[in-house]
Write a new protein. Structure first.
Length: 443
């Protein structure tokens, strides 16, 4: 039971700030050395060295991805934040590094794990367990998950934070930011500073496992009327700020729903989309990481398991209100109101000459969503058209403004749910669902 990637091999995680900084420094020095050798070779052949090509050799790509993966938290969080805003405009070299980070699944060796648990639970903790599997069932950016059974019979999942991640957040984020700036791989005009600040803020929250446990309990209360979902129970007696203990829940990857009949695929996708809309427009609190691994499926009960609440965040009420205004304008196909809502959300700068073009893209999207026929998420026609429109805007010189972070998180959440519905091949009527969100403000 976990929302993280299955681990592959034990690799000690650097725990001290100095050691972590030295590793990044060593990586930068090694890459610089490789670039210098490459430049000398090209100069010797009479060619003018092209620095970006020298930087992104296969060897350097592998070195950057592997070392950032060992640093865990800061590197992976920056990858998430940049990806959710820049999407397909990322250069292929940087997209490759981020893809390798997502695929990395190394974990702490047993001795390092034991040292962490001794520090959190005290020596002798093992006697309280009937079983404890030292090989994790999942590993992610700031911790890894183990399965065990306590002497009192509780089957538990234990998320153990990597040593040094919490106290090294600020320096790690600074170092990763410097590396990204030096790489020359960020899109032109991309302002990194707000993302560095957000990565620090979010990592400080996500490394507080007591906060995550409280968010898990809060979502359980909010979804008490939703029997189609099941969440782990927070075991506060075995939890600390660096160890999160919760009930074990069996489940299959949510993608396995794609192998079920169409009606079940539609039902599961509808439940997750409805949940996302409730989070935004009813709760004002969303689990902002729509990673597929954070959702699992129990075929026997047909329930959906919800996992990983470290990225849960409260939403600014004004952003929610502006999002509702955009839905209303889109459903009514009012171009002036659509543009005003986009400007209020910070997606389009006021008076931007590209405003009408972006409004046109939004209208095309709502044409499909408010139609009389159910929306087929597997149909690529609209998605390909909007992607082509976006590329044309970028080539024409459009540079998007920096919207509030809450807007980016909403884009990420809804985009993630759309991708999951696409993966399941769902066909759903959406107009009434969206209209209910608009009407909910009046109730």
């Amino acid at each position: 039971m976990s929302g993280d990637k299955t681990p592959s091999r034990p690799v000690p995680i650097p725990s001290g700030r100095v050691g972590r900084a030295l590793r990044l420094g060593g990586m930068a020095a090694g890459i610089a050395g490789n670039m210098a050798l490459g430049a000398l070779g090209e100069a010797g052949r009479g060619s003018r060295p092209e620095m970006r090509r020298l930087l992104m050799t296969p060897g350097n790509l592998s070195r950057v991805a592997s070392e950032l993966a060992r640093m865990r938290g800061a590197a992976m969080k920056m990858g998430q934040l940049i990806s959710m805003d820049s999407g397909e405009v990322l250069p292929p070299e940087l997209a490759e590094i981020l893809a390798r980070l997502r695929d990395q699944a190394d974990f702490m060796p047993p001795k390092q794990l034991r040292d962490v648990l001794d520090g959190q639970w005290g020596p002798g903790w093992r006697r309280a367990f009937r079983t404890f599997d030292v090989r994790p069932v999942a590993a992610a950016s700031i911790g890894q998950v183990h399965r065990g059974e306590l002497q009192d019979g509780r089957e538990v999942a234990i998320k153990v934070q990597y040593p040094g991640v919490a106290r090294s957040i600020d320096s790690d984020v600074t170092n990763v930011g410097a590396l990204l700036n030096l790489s020359g791989l960020l899109p032109k005009g991309f302002e990194l500073a707000p993302y560095l600040a957000e990565a620090r803020r979010q990592l400080h929250e996500e490394t507080d496992y007591a906060r995550e446990g409280a968010q898990m309990r809060r979502f359980s209360e909010l979804l008490a009327d939703a029997p189609g979902f099941v969440l782990p129970e927070w075991h506060e007696d075995w939890s600390t700020p660096r160890v999160l203990c919760m009930s074990w829940l069996d489940g299959q990857p949510i993608e396995t729903v794609a192998e079920t009949p169409q009606a079940e695929r539609d039902r599961v996708a509808a439940a997750l989309i409805d949940l996302s809309l409730r989070e935004i427009f009813q709760f004002g609190l969303t689990q902002s990481d729509p990673n597929f691994a954070n959702y699992r499926y129990q075929p026997e009960t047909r329930r959906i398991v919800l996992l990983d609440f470290g990225a849960a965040r409260s939403l600014d009420a004004e952003v929610v209100s502006q999002g509702r205004a955009l839905l209303k304008a889109g459903l009514e196909d009012d171009p002036d109101a659509i543009l005003s809502a986009l400007e209020a959300l910070g997606i389009v700068a006021t008076g931007d000459r590209f405003g009408p073009d972006i409004t046109g893209m939004v209208r095309r999207l709502f044409d499909a969503l408010r139609g009389p026929e159910p929306y087929d998420f597997a149909d690529r026609v609209l998605r390909d058209r909007l992607r082509a429109d976006g590329i044309a805007l970028a080539e024409a010189g459009y540079c998007p403004p920096e919207p509030p972070m809450d807007v980016l998180y909403l884009q990420r959440k809804l985009g993630g749910m759309s991708l999951l519905a696409t993966r399941l091949g769902a066909v759903l009527p959406l107009r009434d669902r969206l209209a209910d969100c608009v009407a909910s403000e009046e109730r």
